[in-house]
Design a binder for this molecule. Sequence first.
Ligand code: NDP
Length: 286
Amino acid sequence: MSRQITGATIVAGVAGHPVHHSLSPLIHNAWLEAAGIDGVYVPFTPPADNFPKFAEGLRGGAVRGINVTLPFKEQALSVCQRATPRAEAAEAANLLIFEADGTITADNTDGLGMLGALSAQAGFDPKSGPVVILGAGGAARGAAAALKQAGAPEVRIVNRTVAKAEFVAGALGDVGRSFPLDKAGEALAGARAVINATSAGLMNGGRLDIPLEATPEDAVVMDMLYRPLVTPFLAEARRLGRRTVDGLAMLVGQAEPSFEAFYGASPPKEVDARALATAALEADPA
Ligand code: NDP
């Protein structure tokens, strides 16, 4: 039975450019339907060069909140009046809540999702040793801050644009180190986990050429990208016999606290969000 949209329907969504690849609408709407909540979750495509104007337009609470995906996570933090400590630490937000009084609150649930995925799929303990993050964008910052907070002794940031790697590593204090992409092999030596937080490969974009064989044999390799579920990066890690963690586990992990923030209830346990998303990926792998 299709849901009725009324004046009381709680509207939330995801904003990205592009956004059509996002599986968040599928997951949130399945949770809403199963929970019997009068809510809807829609994709938004703000103009690539004017996210602040888009966010200003939502101020006041007609829309309860939005998840924010690339390339807007840093800008999302700049439009808020209040930010949670984890969004401030990440200097990026993936969740904005529009309060009725006009206040915009920013949060970052990507780090929670990533830690949950590493733990659930590989039993990974962040305290166990150095972790390498490939990329220095919004997702990388959230991951770096969460790993530091969870006790990682060293977080190595590897990025194509070195200045951005230095900036993200610098924000981590003593725990952070930065490397250019062509020195990735040095960063991988002795790493307990390697996390791809670049957008290389997204929408058939550039391929990431990383010497994963430089990692210890028992290292964990994670890709935040989840389309396809087994990316070329994860396929290479598996070929080398490394344990792998896919981006879907993180997607579901960051969506759970977002759903609670939008609709004031936990996602219903009977919905297998991972199975739903996996089926959608298999139906449309591009
Ligand atoms: P940003 O646009 O903020 O950052 C992109 C990063 O990728 C930059 O560091 C950029 O390097 C790097 N990059 C892009 N293309 C290449 C390339 N060809 N070679 C090497 N590096 C490249 O994106 P986000 O941080 O928001 O997202 C990053 C990825 O993580 C996306 O694929 C996104 O879909 C995924 N993600 C997945 C989540 C999940 O739940 N599974 C949650 C959040 C993100 P440079 O600085 O040099 O431009």
